[in-house]
Design a protein. Structure first.
Lengths: 97, 240
């Protein structure tokens, strides 16, 4: 129970604060076929602070390259929810450059 | 078949073709997830080789939110010619009331409610209510739906069910990144009931070519009892 609460708290903290990163990965649950996830990739790509978005049906992830070094996590989370899927975990990536 | 019978036949066929309770199978529409603000359009051509009847059905879906969708369908009899070629408009609202997304797939339950709006003053409206469930894991998806269509005034009641099983033939393994076209096998068992008649059970076998923004699918539908009709289906759907 304590472990669950701690995990939940960390997730809430991660979700609620703007993230400083140029690349992030989001674990997304519920993704199925190509036709289903294309809208998710396009919708994320339309966000103002997202330069590009790429989906992996194999890894169940979405990789986002941001325009600046901060990104609105809540908006990204809501975009995933609005696409009909469940965002699970977000991880900043080391700068690939 | 005598000419005087085809209007009634078309109406029955049109009502059967109305994509009111259809999942992601060949004959289905309502289990398809539609994103908020998303739009999906499908055009389906169906030929009944037993009665030589051709019907073109247009479907549209609009995502009100990630869990709420409006679904519409309107059939049009291409042949034989004559009057009463336009079927009735089906309008359905779907609400996903339960959703369990995992890394392996998803399970969802949606409730359906709506109306069938007649396009001819000689026909009455109908109310419709039902449910659709989706189970997806790995390369396999099950879509199960059922619908009750309540006739108003003198119109008969109807009911239908569909059980669709889809299996991803390719790719066997997804690439690490990117969206790749897919092929899927579709097998379905469905039933159509019109008040005063027995339930006609139908088996469907089809193939789906799935791309990022469009799907092309084709299949054969065979009555397992009753009229013993055979139908060919060709359809394409795309979202934007």
């Amino acid at each position: 129970m304590k472990r669950l609460l701690l995990t939940y708290s960390l997730l809430v903290l991660a979700w609620s604060n703007p993230l400083s990163a140029e690349q992030i990965e989001i674990d997304v649950h519920g993704m199925t076929c190509a036709f289903c996830v294309d809208s998710l990739q396009r919708n994320l790509g339309k966000l103002p602070d997202v330069e590009s978005a790429e989906v992996s049906l194999k890894l169940k992830k979405v990789r986002i390259e941001t325009v600046g070094d901060t990104v609105d996590i809540e908006r990204i989370k809501q975009t995933v929810l609005d696409s009909g899927f469940t965002p699970v975990k977000i991880s900043p990536l080391p700068d690939a450059k | 078949m005598q000419n005087k019978n085809w209007p009634g036949l078309f109406l029955l066929t049109a009502s059967l073709c109305v994509p009111t309770v259809q999942a992601m199978g060949l004959r289905s529409f309502v289990a398809l997830p539609v994103d908020k603000g998303g739009k999906v359009v499908r055009l389906q051509y169906q030929r009944n080789t037993s009665t030589n009847t051709d019907v073109l059905t247009g479907n549209a879906a609009y995502g009100i939110s990630g869990k709420q969708t409006l679904l519409f369908g309107l059939p049009y009899r291409v042949s034989p010619a004559g009057s009463d070629r336009t079927g009735d408009l089906s309008a359905l609202y779907r609400h996903i009331v339960w959703q369990d997304d995992t890394a392996e797939g998803t399970r969802r339950l949606g409730l359906l409610g709506g109306v069938v709006i007649p396009t001819d003053s000689d026909r009455d409206a109908r109310l419709q209510a039902g449910a659709v469930a989706t189970f997806y894991k790995g390369r396999t998806e099950w879509d199960i739906d059922a619908l009750w269509i309540q006739g108003l005034d003198d119109t008969s009641n109807q009911a239908r069910y569909d059980i669709a099983w889809q299996y991803r033939l390719s790719p066997a393994v997804y690439p690490d990144w990117g969206i790749e076209p897919e092929w899927a096998l579709d097998l379905e068992l469905g039933g159509r009931w019109d008040e005063g008649n027995t339930m006609v059970h139908q088996a469907t076998v089809g193939l789906q070519s799935i791309h990022r923004q469009w799907v092309f699918e084709a299949g054969v539908v065979q009555d397992l009892n009753g009229p013993d009709d055979t139908r060919l289906i060709f359809s394409t759907r795309f979202h934007f």
